[in-house]
Design a protein around this ligand. Structure first.
Ligand code: FAD
Length: 432
């Protein structure tokens, strides 16, 4: 009997896990199970090129069915895992996963090793009925529906000024639509980039002509007289904003409902699957990767869960390799990373490496192109993170420095040389 690797979640991390297993020489069965009907596809374009004016609904498929068949990956699309039952034989890790394809019948699929790559799903507003014109964005189907609703003259309200909400706002503005973003915090993206740089990123919206309402909460989503279509939102102070399209971008939560009762430990902070530095979960033979995984990052010395493309891809590969190693009794390798993400707003690219931590943020601005800047985060004499606007040429150089421990003086000298002089944060605001 050959060994069987089952990967649950047919998106970026799951795909990379399958491919890494094959690359590592695994000759057993590889089964990739995905709840969506679509072939594995890329999500970042869904809030960018896909919504851009005159976009030809950019293709986002990552691999064709033929590619996967050639690699010996058995693809089970439109199939949801509903339970995981580990084996009770302590000498032989493995178990079964219950699968349902929507036809009413279920199947028990045995695994020798399994990778949990079920990602995340959108957080929804409580107590809001389903209405035409009210959307969330996580899947290709969501993006298609939003794209179809971004019609001439549509009044758009985006709830949440996070990265995805900001990208949707950018797409609306680029189409010449009237866009209002409602953000509960006084400073958007405070957690992702810190207070000072959150203020500076918010200014990118102001400069683009997007109305960004800070420290403002939505009390109710309003429906039309028939109660079928969205009509707008009512803010906590009673003001109403009329809208033809309301898109909610208030974050995502790890998808772990199907692991209830499996014995897999979840992080009490946000429900991610707890993993060690090898991406191994608390159940032998089960690994996790991508947005769902809360793993111990040796570079940080702490557990963290990222919702970034790069870490999902890398973790998928690492989990696939380690699952294969475990099946042949080997230990595998630890996965450590300096986090990286990007986001595209209007004609700008935002990129961040590392952690928005420390006692100081230093800002360096290109004197000829003020829309090109680098912010560095200092903790003691160490660089902890770097955030750039239109700094594609330098950002990875800071990532490399962070991987080597990040000497602060060296990072400052590099930023001065490659971006421009350091400016005070207040002065930078006045000069915008
Ligand atoms: P996901 O992509 O969430 O995939 C999980 C898959 O598992 C889904 O297909 C789901 O249907 C399936 N699944 C869930 N439960 C089950 C089950 N029980 N059984 C079977 N299948 C199941 N990151 C960046 O760094 N930069 C960006 O610019 C950027 N833009 C983004 C834009 C959008 C609109 C979105 C949604 C995300 C963006 N991201 C970006 C984040 C990035 O796309 C994610 O980090 C990445 O997709 C995570 O991959 P994943 O495979 O872990 O999970």
């Amino acid at each position: 009997m050959p060994d069987r690797l089952v990967v649950v979640g047919a998106s970026l991390a799951g795909l990379r896990a399958c491919e890494a297993a094959r690359k590592a020489g695994f000759e057993g069965e590889v089964v990739l199970v995905g709840a969506e009907q679509h072939l594995p596809y890329d999500r970042p374009p869904l809030s960018k090129e896909f919504l851009a004016p005159a976009s030809e609904a950019a293709a986002t498929t990552l691999r064709t069915a033929e590619d996967l068949a050639e690699k010996g990956v058995e693809l089970r699309l439109g199939v949801r895992a509903t339970a995981l039952t580990p084996s009770t034989d302590a000498d032989r890790p493995g178990g079964t996963v219950t699968l349902e394809d929507g036809s009413g019948s279920s199947e028990e699929l045995a695994y020798d090793a399994l990778v949990v790559a079920t990602g995340a799903h959108v957080r929804t507003l409580p107590d809001v009925p389903e209405l035409a014109g009210l959307h969330y964005l996580r899947t290709l189907d969501d993006a298609r529906a939003i794209e179809a609703a971004l019609v001439d003259g549509a009044r758009v309200v985006v709830i949440g000024a996070g990265f995805i909400g900001s990208e949707i706002a950018s797409a609306g503005v680029k189409r010449g639509l009237d866009v209002t973003v409602v953000e509960a915090d006084e400073t958007p993206l405070r957690r992702a980039v810190g207070e000072q740089m959150g203020v500076r990123l918010a200014a990118v919206h102001d400069d683009a002509g997007t109305r960004l309402l800070r420290a403002t909460t939505v009390a109710r989503v309003l429906a039309d007289a028939d109660g079928k279509r969205v009509a707008g939102v009512e803010l906590a102070d009673g003001t109403t904003l009329a809208a033809d399209l309301v898109v909610v971008g208030i974050g995502a939560a790890p998808t772990t409902d199907w692991l209830d009762g499996s014995g897999i430990e979840l992080d009490p902070r946000d429900g991610g699957v707890v993993c060690d530095e090898h991406l191994a979960t608390s159940v032998p033979g089960v690994y996790a990767a991508g947005d769902v995984a809360a793993w111990h990052n040796p570079l940080l010395g702490e557990r963290q869960r990222l919702e970034h493309w790069t870490s999902a891809a890398e973790q998928g590969g690492a989990a696939g390799r380690n699952a294969v190693a475990a099946m042949s009794g080997q230990e595998g390798t630890a996965y450590a990373t300096v986090p990286y993400f990007w986001s595209d707003w209007y004609d700008h690219r935002i990129q961040m490496v590392g952690w928005p931590r420390g006692e100081e943020v230093a800002l360096f601005v290109d004197t000829e192109h003020p829309a090109r800047w680098t912010a560095l985060y200092r903790e003691g004499d160490r660089l902890r993170g770097a955030l750039t606007l239109n700094g594609q040429g330098v950002i990875m150089k800071f990532r490399a420095r962070l991987m080597k421990g990040g000497d602060w003086q060296d990072a400052v000298a590099f930023a001065e040389q490659k971006t421009g002089p350091q400016v005070g944060l207040d002065q930078a605001r006045e000069d915008r």
